[in-house]
Design a protein around this ligand. Structure first.
Ligand code: RB5
Length: 141
């Protein structure tokens, strides 16, 4: 079965969003915008991701802005989101295994395209380990 992920970005992340969608055609993408490099406000696109996760339309998503910082801060205002800004594959693996991160945040001005592809690949393939990590996650909700 195809895995479904939401993906959203601001203008700083638009090109990387397009590249990720093209690189992973096996994933069904729910593209929440933005749709060009014209300047927009990243909290508006974090809000779209919050809505997609809170309504159960998707279980996981990817958010991209210039640094990945602003959009992850905004997304993490929802108690249903555990957005992890990852700059390498170790962070992507561990945030799935230990934090059960449901949103991957990327910084398009920080992380190169090939590295971003590897991070996405690991994020979508890695399962949550559960066990002691369940208790820690429960303390955040
Ligand atoms: C937009 O210029 C930039 O501020 C945004 O993409 C992001 O890096 C914010 O954290």
């Amino acid at each position: 079965m195809k895995k479904t992920l939401a993906i959203a970005c601001d203008h700083g992340g638009y090109e990387l969003k397009a590249a990720i969608k093209a690189k992973f055609p096996e994933i069904e993408w729910k593209d929440l915008g933005c749709d060009s490099t014209e300047s927009v406000d990243y909290p508006d696109y974090a809000a779209k991701m919050i809505d997609a996760i809170e309504t159960g339309s998707v279980e996981q998503g990817i958010l991209i802005c210039g640094t990945g910082i602003g959009i992850s801060i905004a997304a993490n205002r929802s108690s249903k989101i555990r957005a992890a800004l990852c700059t390498d594959t170790t962070m992507a693996r561990l945030t799935r295994q230990h934090n059960d991160a449901n949103v991957l945040a990327l910084g398009a001005r920080i992380t190169g395209v090939e590295a971003a592809f590897d991070i996405v690949d690991i994020f979508v393939k890695t399962e949550f380990e559960g066990g002691r990590h369940e208790r820690r996650i429960a303390k955040m909700s």
